[in-house]
Design a protein around this ligand. Structure first.
Ligand code: SF4
Ligand code: SF4
Ligand code: SF4
Length: 260
């Protein structure tokens, strides 16, 4: 029996509806994964994948934070539902010395050892993210005197410092440019909160997003830990058997050519 025009329109509409729904679900999934990579987690959070496995979304860390820094991702926010995060431009982490958000975590999703030195809490070890300066929009890079982010930093002159250089444009002024040292920056976001530009010209990104990776094959001759690495390195030799065939025979090996 042939399909009537009405049946055809109905099935086509259903197919389009399903495709659209599929597109929306896929879009939401992609949004969530992307947002996930950019989310800033509480101090001492495990790596993102492990954190998502361990966090039971109980909200105890959120409740423990006296500054309302932490919030739980809501439905429709395109973030992993119920997981804690913070947005420094709204409310940064004030780096409480007692770090009340961490010991309350019942699952180890927030790992206290990541913010402890000799069994003493040490918030300066937190690695929530790293601040990045947008040099095009930071007014200090234009030659305007502004040190709002620098002054806001709890690790002033360690996590962030001002670099002086001559302003060649005016010939008589100096630039005082904020520079972040990722070895010390905790990602608290107090600098982002303090930035005077309409949209912050210094902002915190998760470390995996903001930082590159040199690779183990580079050795810093001036760094004692790298020096140790070289001393402890094991020499390995690999041997490749040399073919006895002539180069021409090898290139014209029909078996190999036909295989491909
Ligand atoms: S360290 Fe303090 S301000 Fe920062 S998230 Fe934890 S409780 Fe909140
Ligand atoms: S206390 Fe731990 S398990 Fe609970 S929401 Fe916070 S990170 Fe997740
Ligand atoms: S995020 Fe900003 S304020 Fe916080 S430690 Fe890093 S440079 Fe300092």
């Amino acid at each position: 029996m042939g399909t009537t025009r009405r049946e055809f329109i109905l099935s086509t509409t259903r197919a389009i509806g399903l495709a659209t729904l599929g597109g929306l679900v896929w879009g939401a999934y992609v949004d969530e994964v992307t947002a996930n990579k950019l989310m800033l987690r509480p101090p001492a959070a495990l790596d993102e994948a492990d954190f998502l496995r361990q966090c039971i979304k109980c909200g105890l860390c959120v409740e423990a934070c006296p500054f309302d820094t932490l919030q739980l991702a809501r439905a429709g926010s395109n973030k992993p539902l119920g997981t804690p995060y913070f947005e420094p431009r709204d409310v940064p982490c004030y780096m409480c010395p007692e770090i009340p958000c961490v010991p309350v975590c019942p699952t180890g999703a927030l790992d206290i050892t990541k913010v402890s030195t000799n069994n003493e809490l040490d918030i300066n070890k937190a690695q929530m993210g790293v601040a990045v300066v947008d040099a095009k929009n930071c007014v200090a890079f234009w030659g305007i005197q502004c040190d709002a982010c620098y002054r806001a930093c709890p690790l002033l002159d360690k996590a962030i410092y001002l670099e002086y250089s001559k302003n060649e444009r005016t010939g008589k002024h100096a630039f005082l440019k904020p520079i972040v040292d990722s070895d010390f920056c905790t990602g608290c976001g107090l600098c982002e909160r303090a930035c005077v530009t309409q949209k912050a010209a210094i902002f915190v990104l998760p470390r995996e997003v903001a930082l590159g990776k040199v690779g183990d094959h580079y050795i810093k001759g001036w760094d004692s830990s790298d020096d140790k690495r070289v001393k402890n390195a094991q020499a390995t030799t690999t041997q490749t058997e040399i073919s006895k065939e002539s180069a021409i025979d090898s290139l014209n090996d029909t078996e190999v050519l036909l295989d491909d």
